[in-house]
Design a protein around this ligand. Structure first.
Ligand SMILES: Nc1ncnc2c1ncn2[C@@H]1O[C@H](COP(=O)(O)OP(=O)(O)OP(=O)(O)O)[C@@H](O)[C@H]1O
Length: 662
């Protein structure tokens, strides 16, 4: 039986390694590493640890390499291709290439141990950082604020990042010139670090001290060549995917007393400066000038990462942690544009079965989201490994943030117009497993992560031969009829057939179980997609409503201004008509010659006012006369009587007397 790990095809994204962890529970071991003539083992078999004899299917898996329980951290660094990954990022010969390193496994299987190490042992992250700083050495730019490279680095960043130097960031977070504690280049403070400033009471308590962090294993013997004509800058950023949202891990929350402040989720998107590649936009990025600075930044970010205890593992990672070591490079002399390659190291949250993890409430919801994202990751990886035989299945990586972050930049951008050259990313996945842990959870992870898989059922020894082996009975042939030996042969053949069929049934049963699990996963993802669609629909409705409202307001404004304009036009039209009428009337009057035409309206106004004044004066005079007459009733009576007597037409008489008094 041969089942070699398939060579890494161009469509394959990952080299997949398996690391076994030493067990501290004396359970039955269900996993066996196959012995090999080659330098390193590559195959394992797993067998269900059950007393039920009907379940005998053995699954065999192939990996790029298997590391057994006694493998040390340094062996893992050197044996998994992390060093070539760093070499690619440094780009000694031209353009660098992005590198990706992740750990995957059941909760408690040793992912964080591998990636981040322990109190006494460094993990792959610290070792990779040490190698990066050691290799760039004197070619590293100065990292203080105001250093010549700072503004060009900040300007060249395509991810709308908030960029700071490690000295300024650490001093504002922890105070007391923390950066002076270790070799650094300058302590020029940066003006705008106020958002990181911690509450004084908590400052010194949380200070990570590089000297207390593990120094082993040492990587001083690993020397990676750099581009001799380049100057380098190392920029660190950290984020986590928690409940399918991306959160910055360098916001300064690690030292703030009140850590309940609502965190702002970041977007994974194309930006103006990066139209062909999606980036996590708006991250805090720190330019580090030394390994010690980088260690302090890493510890600060880790403090921020959400950790919650669960039944499965006392300090279980409840989020997928991303640590990005960005290596920026430009021509030393010409100081041309910066190019950038990133080594992304991911500590995936552990898959677990909620029942066994004794989780509850929010933690149970977290576990649901973690399992869901890992299920999608499994689907993508499976599709990826199915594609190795040349099929062109579409990898469904847009189902959740985790797979989007891991896969979307591995495929050519659909935005061909802006496509710029990027070397394909090189990726390493380290699967961790406890050979005496949870069989079901481990086998599930191995099934979708292994490079190749085979299922066999060991043959049952023939029942009759077993029985007959212990007897002295020998069949004889006396008559021409069926002899006992012929019957026994037939029986043997029948038993062999039964054994073959039951093996097949078992393999089919296993496949059925897997297919059922896949169907359930697909149904779950369908339901999730439906929910997502409902949310999307609501969002689109809201957006449409807002757009509609804005359009109505705009239309109303437009209508109002049209209305006003129309009214103005009408008024102007009316005015011009009146002018025409006035002019026509004046002309007519001039022709008739009986009315004096006034050319200027002011003259006319003056004349009317004068006439008005004159009439007013006449009216006042009449009133005075009237008052004087009414003041003497006797005189009035006499006048009236006289008038009555002398003039039979009293009205004409009153009028004449009024005019006479004028
Ligand atoms: N190879 C190993 N050698 C010795 N101890 C190990 C090894 N792998 C893991 N351990 C120990 O097992 C415990 C759990 O490991 P770790 O926290 O790395 O698990 P994990 O897979 O990251 O879990 P989770 O997903 O819940 O975060 C730790 O105490 C760790 O030190």
């Amino acid at each position: 039986m041969t089942m070699d790990p398939p060579p890494r095809s161009s469509s394959s994204l990952f080299d997949v390694y398996l690391r076994l962890r030493p067990s501290n529970v004396p359970n039955v071991r269900f996993l066996t590493v196959e012995e090999t003539e080659a330098a390193h083992p590559t195959h394992i078999t797993i067998k269900p640890p059950t007393s039920d004899n009907r379940k005998r299917a053995v699954e065999r898996f192939a990996f790029t390499r298997v590391f057994e329980e006694d493998a040390r951290q340094l062996e893992l660094l050197k044996g998994t291709g992390v060093v070539p990954l760093i070499e690619g990022v440094l780009g000694a010969r031209g353009v660098g290439r992005d590198g990706f390193l992740a750990t995957l496994g059941v909760t408690g299987s040793g992912k964080s141990h591998t990636i981040l190490g322990t109190k006494s042992q460094r993990g792959l992250t610290q070792m990779a950082m040490d190698i990066l700083f050691q290799s760039t050495g004197t070619q590293l730019v100065q990292s203080f604020y105001g250093a010549p490279a700072f503004s060009s680095l900040a300007a060249a960043d395509a991810s709308e990042a908030h960029m700071f130097t490690a000295t300024a960031f650490l001093d504002s977070m922890y105070g007391d010139n923390q950066s002076e504690r270790f070799p650094s280049r300058a302590q020029t403070p940066m003006p705008d670090c106020s958002s990181f400033i911690a509450n004084g009471a908590t400052r010194s308590k949380n200070i990570p001290r590089p000297s207390t962090l593990p120094q082993n294993p040492s990587v001083h013997d690993i020397d990676i060549p750099c581009d001799p004509d380049a100057e380098y800058a190392i920029v660190i950023s950290m984020y986590e995917v928690y409940n399918d949202r991306i959160y910055d891990l360098l916001t300064g929350n690690a030292t703030k007393k009140n850590t309940n402040t609502k965190r702002r989720a970041l977007l994974f998107k194309s930006t103006e400066a990066s139209p062909d590649r999606k980036v996590v936009a708006g991250l805090t990025k720190i330019i580090c000038g030394s390994f010690e600075e980088a260690l302090m930044i890493l510890e600060t970010g880790l403090m921020e990462r959400k950790i919650a205890g669960t039944g499965s593992n006392a300090v279980s990672s409840r989020s997928h942690g991303f640590f990005c070591l960005e290596v920026k490079k430009r021509d030393w002399e010409r100081k041309g544009p910066w190019s950038s390659s990133t080594l992304t190291i991911v500590d995936l949250a552990g898959s677990e079965r909620a029942r066994s993890a004794k989780t509850a409430g929010a933690t149970l919801a977290e576990a649901g989201k973690i399992n869901e994202s890992l299920m999608y990751l499994g689907q993508c990886m499976q599709m990826q490994s199915d594609n190795q035989d040349g099929s062109k299945n579409i990898v469904p990586f847009r189902q959740c943030k985790l797979t989007e972050l891991l896969f979307s930049n591995s495929y050519p951008s659909s935005n061909a117009r802006h496509h710029t050259h990027h070397n394909p990313q090189k990726s390493i996945m380290i699967v961790t497993a406890d050979p005496q842990g949870d069989y079901n959870a481990t086998s599930q992870i191995l099934r979708y992560s292994a490079l190749a898989r085979e299922v066999t059922v060991p043959r049952i020894p023939s029942v009759t031969s077993t029985i007959l082996a212990g007897t002295a009975f020998r069949p004889t042939s006396a008559s021409g009829r069926t002899t006992p030996s012929a019957i026994l042969e037939e029986l043997d053949a029948a038993n062999a057939e039964i054994a073959r069929l039951s093996s097949e049934i078992e393999v089919f049963a296993l496949r059925l179980t897997e297919e059922t699990a896949r169907r359930k996963a697909a149904e779950q993802s369908w339901a999730h997609a439906e929910e997502h669609m409902v949310d999307l629909e609501a969002e689109i409705r809201d957006e449409c409503f807002a757009d509609m409202e804005a359009a109505v307001v705009q239309e109303r404004r437009r209508w109002q201004s049209a209305w006003d304009e129309e009214a103005d036009n009408n008024q102007a039209h009316l005015d011009s008509k009146i002018d025409v009428v006035i002019k026509a009337t004046k002309a007519q009057m001039r022709e008739q010659g009986n009315v004096q035409a006034y050319e200027g309206s002011e003259e006319r106004v003056d004349e009317l006012e004068r006439e008005n004044e004159m009439l007013k004066a006449r009216l006042e005079a009449l009133e005075r006369v009237d008052q004087a007459r009414s003041a003497s009733p006797i005189k009035k009576m006499r006048v009236l009587k006289a008038k009555k007597w002398t003039n039979p037409d009293p009205e004409a008489s009153v009028l004449r007397s009024g005019l006479d008094s004028d």
